[in-house]
Write a protein that binds this ligand. Structure first.
Ligand code: GLN
Length: 484
């Protein structure tokens, strides 16, 4: 019975349409997997009763022929999306009793298409992290772990782990500097961060507003295409949302890639790049060449400044966004003798270490005297990084790179936890894309020698997710990665 949870979303929809099983049966199977998989710690909040009610409704819609795009598909929702009447914590103590009175646009879009919500997925606190170890609710365990418990990647670690362990058919994620792509890579899933402005940010707890984007994490490329179609679209409630038509992404999966030019940025192959990562990268390029694509070296000269730029700008925006958590309006409050003490006590106890570090860096780079030296310089550098990509896209249609320089590492790894810079270095291939606002997808390409998934990243022109899907579908077909 539990085998039905191994199906992709698209396969499941076909089975639901032909009445092979009902959405209630399907939802129960996923709920069983969630129970069996509790040790992964992928969910912060489970919503079994609500999910079963939604599934009953979906079954009625199939009966009456009123089934919608994702009718009856059980999804997991990253606990950064506000969900009406369902607790939304951002994996932080400061929001651990916050129950929104409204629904985020992205989750509302999914609900409007008939999706069933199984629960809220674990993440790094306020999506700040690359290993899901900063969560107030504890780390998530990567389902690919063998003798040692490994991280699932972050910040959407719960999303990727739940998809990998069949504890949801697919999940939502958010990506500020790699948080969809990196966990997807570490857990052998596929995930896409669309172009900035493609998905509404309304109702998503903000980390760094000029970088945050929502997107799906799923079992394969086709599922990502279908889910993104549901999630994306113009929203007048988000002033940065773009009014650009959302194509039917699934239609692009079979599109020929003959004659497309694929760029390989030479700056992404530094001396000392992990050999396995490099050889899978070459292999992916070979697959595309064999399909008639033209592969050529390109240059993104400002790549070496991307991490520094990101780790100035993201904390700056975070420090401003997180000012609203003062113990008065939302969530957790620690009392104090006067207002100042209440603020101090609330924020001291309510935020974890990494979040405090970011607030301190952020307020520092924004403060008088340092603003010009750090924040303004970083803004200028962001423009140059963006220009690099625009120049590169005059010579190629898609850019191919690895997603991460490493595979999943052990939970509690001291080299990462004692020195946050080492953790930040893992984002070297992903942050530039957010700085430039571009769409990028990660898909699994194969296993490392120690049996862990490695991901490839495809970067597209602004609002050209469709071409990413065409190319990703070819690599997927040729790589024949076996899901867990
Ligand atoms: N790892 C990056 C960070 O910690 C990216 C996080 C994200 O994309 N939300 O900032």
């Amino acid at each position: 019975m539990n085998d039905i949870t191994k199906l992709t979303v698209c396969e499941t929809l076909d089975a639901l349409k032909s009445k092979k099983f009902s959405s209630v049966e399907l939802t129960k199977s996923y709920l069983e997997n969630m129970e069996k998989g509790r040790h992964y710690n992928a969910y912060i909040t489970e919503c079994a009763d609500k999910a079963l009610k939604q599934a009953e409704m979906a079954d009625r819609n199939y009966q009456s022929g009123n089934n919608r795009l994702l009718e009856g598909i059980p999804l997991g929702i990253k606990d950064l999306f506000c969900t009406k009447d369902i607790r939304t914590t951002a994996a932080s103590h400061i929001l651990d009793n916050f129950v929104p009175t409204y629904e985020s646009t992205v989750t509302q879009n999914l609900l409007n298409d008939g999706a069933v919500f199984l629960g809220k997925l674990n993440l790094d606190e306020f999506a700040m992290g690359g290993s899901n170890e900063t969560s107030y609710f504890g780390p998530v365990i990567n389902p690919w772990s063998k003798d040692k418990d490994l991280v699932p990647g972050g910040s959407s670690g719960g999303s990727a782990a739940a998809v990998a362990a069949n504890m949801c058919a697919a999940a939502t994620g958010t990506d500020t500097g790699g948080s969809i792509r990196e966990p997807a890579a570490f857990c052998g899933c596929t995930g896409i961060k669309p172009t900035y402005g493609r998905c509404s940010r309304y109702g998503i707890v903000a980390f760094a507003s000029s970088l945050d984007q929502a997107g799906p994490i799923a079992k394969d490329v086709k599922d990502c295409a279908l889910l993104l179609q549901s999630m994306a679209g113009f929203d007048e409630k988000d002033s940065t949302s773009c009014d650009i038509a959302v194509p039917n992404y699934v239609d692009f999966l079979n599109k020929d890639i003959k004659g497309l030019t694929i760029g390989l940025p030479k700056e992404y192959r530094p001396q000392g790049l992990n050999e396995e990562v490099a050889s899978y990268w070459d292999k992916a390029a070979e697959y595309l060449k064999a399909r008639g694509a033209i592969v050529k070296e390109i240059s993104l000269p400002h790549t070496k400044y991307a991490l520094a730029t990101y780790y100035v700008l993201a904390p700056a925006e975070a420090s401003s966004n997180l000012a609203r958590y003062d113990g008065i309006r939302y969530g957790f409050r620690a009392e104090g003798k006067n207002l100042d003490e209440l603020y101090i006590n609330t924020r001291t106890l309510g935020f974890g270490k990494e979040v405090k570090r970011r607030i301190m860096i952020g307020t520092y780079v924004l403060s008088a005297g340092y603003y010009d030296a750090y924040y303004l310089k970083a803004q200028k550098m962001r423009r140059l990084i963006h220009n690099d990509f625009m120049e590169a896209f005059k010579q190629c249609d898609i850019i191919l790179t690895p997603t991460s320089p490493i595979t999943a590492f052990p939970i509690g790894d001291e080299s990462m936890l004692d020195n946050p810079i080492n953790m930040y270095l893992n984002d070297v291939f992903t942050v530039s894309i957010n700085l430039a606002g571009l769409p990028a997808l990660s898909l699994p390409i194969g296993l490392s020698q120690n049996g862990l998934p490695l991901g490839m990243q495809l970067i597209g022109k602004p609002f050209d997710e469709a071409t990413i899907f065409s190319v990703a579908a070819k690599i997927e077909e040729d790589a024949k990665f076996e899901r867990k």
